[in-house]
Ligand binder design. Structure first.
Ligand code: NAD
Ligand code: ZN
Length: 346
């Protein structure tokens, strides 16, 4: 089969022929891939940054956002049949550690990530443990099913508290930030302000329903938010840029007693924050967000897509044939896209 691999340490990826996965273990299934979608993590692996160099052990098939059809299953697999339409939780949880046993499998102590620690989904077939699969409602197109994993990040970040009638700031209008706009709207937010620096993504935020989009390089974000909220600040802040300035601005723009969810990952050094003035004396709540709640978030994702309360046609901006994967990576590297999806099979 064709697959995209990091075949050796260093920048770049290659598409080449590799053996198809066979012989699923009793708890495994083999999925024929319909679509894979490109994640920022894949771009980090492409570039071979410090994190990838320390984590990835080539040769490795990368990719972890996909949708496909079950074609073979192990003897012990229940609740899934050949022919089922599925997407996958990329966090392969062990199922027996303290966190897994207490309903927090997304922070499993023995977590392995698909396409990072084990072979991933940029391939025609993938073999995975059945427990990570989610049966997708048939009404959801495969383009959008392949994006349910990052969509779940947006849902997990935005739904930590009730948003009915609340004012919201989202920093960063990457694919996850713009999905966050739609989720915040579906959850009843009254005002959604987005900060973003790249022109393409400013437009993307508007298309996805942001009330106001501010470029913090051109205008003072905190001042503008105070004007928009009658000097109160926003009730909720969702950090989805991975930029430390955005994190500080968001905490400043938050109303005392408000809450913030941090999804962004800050490369390089540890972040320095004025905890006294930005957190403690403001009495805010800070939520760290990783992955998706397994499988509560997936249920919400499926329902929001099935009911069309969220429209991912405004998020998935490009679909390329599998062979044209490099075009997709180029757009992602430039930041001139929303989600980029590759079509592997019909
Ligand atoms: P992305 O890099 O595509 O989007 C980030 C956006 O933030 C970009 O459009 C960028 O232009 C914008 N930005 C940069 N500096 C900014 C600033 N100062 N103010 C406002 N916007 C700014 O990333 P994504 O795929 O949408 O993911 C969002 C973040 O979430 C990233 O940091 C990513 O690493 C992280 N992430 C975390 C998890 C998790 O489980 N915690 C999972 C997936 C992604
Ligand atoms: Zn576990």
């Amino acid at each position: 089969m064709k697959a995209i691999l990091k075949d050796k340490p260093g920048e770049g990826l290659v598409m080449k022929e590799v053996p198809e996965p066979t012989n699923p273990a009793p708890d495994e299934v083999i999925v024929k891939i319909k679509r894979v979608s490109i994640c920022g993590t894949d771009v980090h692996i492409y570039k071979w940054d410090e994190w990838s160099a320390s984590r990835i052990k080539p040769p490795m098939i990368i990719g972890h956002e996909f949708a496909g059809t079950v074609v073979e299953k192990g003897d012990m697999v229940e609740g899934l049949e050949v022919g089922d339409y599925v997407a996958a939780e990329s966090h392969i949880f062990c199922g027996h550690c303290y966190q897994c046993r207490t309903g927090r499998a997304h922070i499993c102590q023995n977590l392995k990530i698909l396409g990072v620690d084990v072979d991933g989904a940029y391939a025609e077939y993938i073999k995975v443990p059945a427990r990570i699969l989610w049966k997708v409602s048939p009404e959801i197109d495969p383009e959008y099913a392949s994006v349910m994993e990052p969509f779940g990040n947006a849902i997990h970040t935005v739904t930590v508290e009730d948003l009915t009638g609340k004012t919201v700031l989202i920093t960063g209008a990457g694919p996850i930030g713009v999905m966050g706009i739609q989720v915040a709207r579906a959850e009843g937010a009254s005002l959604i302000v987005v900060s973003e620096v790249k022109p393409y993504r400013i437009e993307l935020a508007k298309k996805n329903g942001a009330d106001v989009v501010i470029n913090p390089m051109e205008r003072d974000l905190v001042e503008e938010i105070m004007k928009l909220t009658g000097g109160e600040g926003v009730d909720a802040f969702f950090e989805m840029s991975g930029n430390t300035n955005a994190l500080r601005q968001g905490l400043e723009a938050l109303t005392p007693g408000g809450f913030a969810s941090i999804l962004g990952v800050y490369p390089g050094e540890a972040v320095t924050l004025d905890i006294n003035n930005l957190v403690t004396f403001k009495g805010i709540k800070l939520y760290g967000i990783t992955g998706r709640k397994i499988f509560e978030t997936w249920r919400i994702a499926d329902q929001l897509l099935k009911s069309k309360r969220v429209d991912l046609s405004k998020v998935v901006t490009h679909v390329f044939p599998f062979e044209d994967w490099m075009k997709g990576f180029e757009l992602m590297i430039k930041g001139e896209s929303g989600k980029v999806v590759l079509k592997v099979s019909d």
